[in-house]
Write a protein that binds this ligand. Structure first.
Ligand code: NCD
Length: 321
């Protein structure tokens, strides 16, 4: 049996993603039904990079499923600080846990992890590359707010170069019918060519690139704001010059649709004025809550596929035999 992981959003088919969304909605409606689902199972959260929502929502998800959590929240408190490789850390931790969620500053680290593990690996963000569980969160949010994942115009704003949430979201939404992207970024933070060539052009997706947020506003169904990714810049001067390129204030929403959904993976720095927070179109904190539900659905799916429920003992114990 091949162990399933979630490294890239494309590791799951559209049907599997639809199913995860349905399970997450069922969890929202019937939480008690799931409260013991992961009894006796352990999730390891290995975070070599800072996080609030991703790590805590993973941990809350596992607790709400009746499972337990272990892990570390910074590389400094793990053996990475002594020079241990990701491969060795994963090989070790997969003896202790039934499933692993990891975040790492190096692109591709979760792919390496998947070659060394005995249990499912979830990519909780790898450098400027991918962030598939944020994308599942975004898809659940769009589905709940819009009632569909098809036929809409999505404006992506800010750091489209380094923003891994944007790369994964474009990858996922490109598979649905009638999606158009408006890519709004300063010249230096435009979407990378590989995303344009391998995802947008290859799939014949309609998109425009612009620097003009207000000009694009009237046609948008979803407005996805992002922070300029300070930690991925080579010099501070460039960051300081670009960090406030786009700040969403109430006046900029004047020509926006009544049923626009404003999303942001968070953390917010300056990109959205707090004056927007009470606007009914602001969905970013609901989005953060949705992250917990979809991660519950994901943990169940990957543990089920690893067969962790049908045979007594942890997955690792069985594999060790
Ligand atoms: C994002 C990330 O880590 O890429 N945060 C998150 O997981 N919600 C976005 C960001 O840090 O800007």
């Amino acid at each position: 049996m091949k162990l399933r992981h979630l490294i890239d959003i494309k590791d799951f088919t559209e049907a599997e993603i639809d199913e995860l969304i349905e399970v997450a909605k069922d969890i929202i409606d019937n939480p008690v039904k799931y409260s013991d689902k992961c009894h006796g199972k352990k999730l390891a959260t290995l975070f070599f990079e800072p996080s609030t929502r991703t790590r805590l929502s993973f941990e809350a998800a596992m607790y709400e499923l009746g499972g337990n959590v272990l892990g570390f929240s910074e590389a400094q408190s793990s053996s990475a600080a002594k020079g241990e490789s990701v491969a060795d850390t994963i090989r070790t931790v997969s003896n202790y846990a039934d499933i692993i969620a990891m975040r790492h500053p190096k692109e591709g680290a979760p792919t390496v992890a998947a070659t060394r593990t005995k249990v499912p690996i979830i990519n909780a963000g790898d450098g400027g590359h991918n962030h598939p569980t944020q994308t599942l969160t975004d898809l659940l949010t769009i589905s709940r707010e819009k009632g569909r994942l098809t036929n809409m115009t999505i404006g992506l704003v800010g750091d489209l170069k380094f923003g891994r949430t944007v790369h994964s979201l474009i990858n996922a939404m490109s598979r649905y019918e009638g999606i158009k992207f408006v890519l709004i970024a300063p010249e230096e933070l435009r979407i990378p060519d590989y995303v344009k060539e391998d995802v947008l052009d290859r799939n014949g997706i309609e998109y425009v690139e612009t620097t003009d947020l207000e000009g694009a506003m009237p046609e948008l169904d979803v407005l996805y704001m992002t922070r300029v990714q300070k930690e991925r810049f080579f010099n501070e001067e460039d960051y300081l010059r670009l960090k406030d390129s786009y700040i969403l204030t109430p006046d900029k929403l004047q020509n926006a649709k009544e049923d626009l959904s404003i999303l942001h993976p968070l953390p917010r720095v300056n990109e959205i004025s707090t004056a927007i927070d009470d606007d009914p179109r602001a969905k970013y904190f609901t989005q953060a809550l949705n992250g917990k539900y979809i991660r519950m659905a994901l943990i169940i799916k990957l543990l089920e596929e690893a067969d962790a429920f049908s045979i007594p003992g942890s997955t690792a114990e069985r594999w060790a035999k």
